[in-house]
Design a protein around this ligand. Structure first.
Ligand code: HSE
Length: 369
């Protein structure tokens, strides 16, 4: 299969290429690596071969591919995709960006959760496949067993989203902020006689200082948090919050929309998004049945016992970062009644939240999954 890959150098693209190499996806594939800025230059090395870069704006070269995978971003998609289709290109377009997610003729891809929706799309001749928003994908991976059984009446998620969701520069900025906080507090830390209040005053002064790097977040994230992600939409919601309902229901292919609502918050984690979830079940399912449904839904969900030691050790960005596991824990019934469930989940936003659904879609098209 001839496959063009655009945006392979960026963060999501790099994780995608890493995963494709690790899974042997390049075997039997004829890849072309495209670049928006360095056509003719050296591309990545795959299986001992160094690839030359093609021009990501060369419509003929793009149209020569049976499938394109892009992690280049929404503006590139909106520029190139309509022109390719207008020129009659019939290939598969697999896109990490949000640009085409809500189009009628696109499918949101999260195959462990919605393989039937993907297959229906393929049977209907659809050619545009979009990776969903990372928070939504990770939530649905985690709650797969409850959604698949039709047990969820509504769900509300409070997120703790990592810096990586903003992009590579945001990750660097978070660490630069942390470094500055540490540098400024070094003398106090070294002095056993200094008090926690002195230390706090130093940290607050650093966070409020002009010199704190903040070009990307605009405000301090280290030692703080940001309760706003993406642009405003209606009703006081952010777009990130809006996506849960819009994309969540599109992924599930729900006949009747399940209400998703919540609040999205950026925290100082690097690449794992966590979510505190409240949901209402349609019936009073026993907890052991809920555990079984959650853990049995797909091979990546890891149900963590609701006790202190495993929750601290296994249910955190530090534990999950770089892994395909989606941890779900703190599962318990709430005081509001036996149909109300509380739980916490953590997943790597660059893997199941971004790259993994894309490479798996290619494998589906190749009949390998
Ligand atoms: N919008 C997400 C975030 C990134 O800002 O964390 C992945 O969709």
């Amino acid at each position: 299969m001839k496959v063009g890959i655009i945006g392979w150098r960026g963060m999501v693209g790099s994780v995608l290429i890493e995963r494709m190499k690790a899974c042997g996806d390049f075997e039997g594939l004829t890849p072309t690596f495209f670049s928006t800025s360095a056509a003719g230059g050296e591309g990545p090395e795959v299986d001992g071969r160094r690839y030359r870069l093609a021009d990501a704006f060369d419509l003929d070269a793009l149209a020569d591919q049976e499938a394109l995978i892009t992690c280049q971003g929404g503006s590139y998609t909106l520029d190139v995709h309509p022109r390719l289709r207008a020129a009659g290109w019939q290939g598969y377009f697999i896109d990490a960006a949000r640009a085409l997610r809500m189009e009628q003729d696109s499918v949101l891809i999260l195959d462990p959760v919605n393989r039937q929706v993907i297959d229906r799309g393929l049977e209907a001749g659809l050619k545009t496949f979009c990776g969903p928003n990372c928070t939504v994908s990770l939530l649905l991976m985690a709650l797969d067993g409850l959604f698949a059984g039709g047990h969820v009446e509504w769900v509300s998620s409070m997120t703790y989203q990592a810096a990586s969701g903003g992009g590579a520069r945001h990750m660097r900025e978070l660490v630069a902020q942390m470094a500055q906080v540490g540098d400024d507090a070094r003398a106090l830390l070294a002095d056993p006689a200094s008090s926690a209040l002195q230390l706090d005053a130093s940290v607050s002064a650093t966070l409020r200082s002009e010199g704190l790097p903040r070009d990307n977040f605009g405000v301090p994230l280290a030692g703080s948090l940001i309760p706003w992600i993406d642009a405003p939409v209606d009703d006081g919601q952010t777009r990130e919050e809006w996506k849960a309902h819009a994309e969540g229901n599109k992924i599930l292919g729900s006949d009747r929309a399940i209400p998703f609502d919540g609040l999205c918050v950026r925290v100082g984690a690097m690449r794992c998004h966590s979510q505190g979830v409240t949901l209402k079940l349609k019936s009073d399912l026993p907890l052991d049945e809920i555990h079984g449904l959650l853990g049995g839904a797909n091979e990546w969900v890891d149900v963590v016992e609701n006790s202190r030691e495993p929750s601290e050790r296994l249910l955190s960005p530090a534990a999950i970062s770089g892994s395909l596991k989606v941890a779900v824990g703190r599962v318990r019934k709430m005081r509001m009644g036996p149909q109300y469930l509380s739980l916490f989940t953590v997943g790597d936003q660059l893997l199941w939240g971004a790259a993994e659904p894309l490479r798996r879609m290619l494998a589906i098209l190749r009949g390998q999954l």
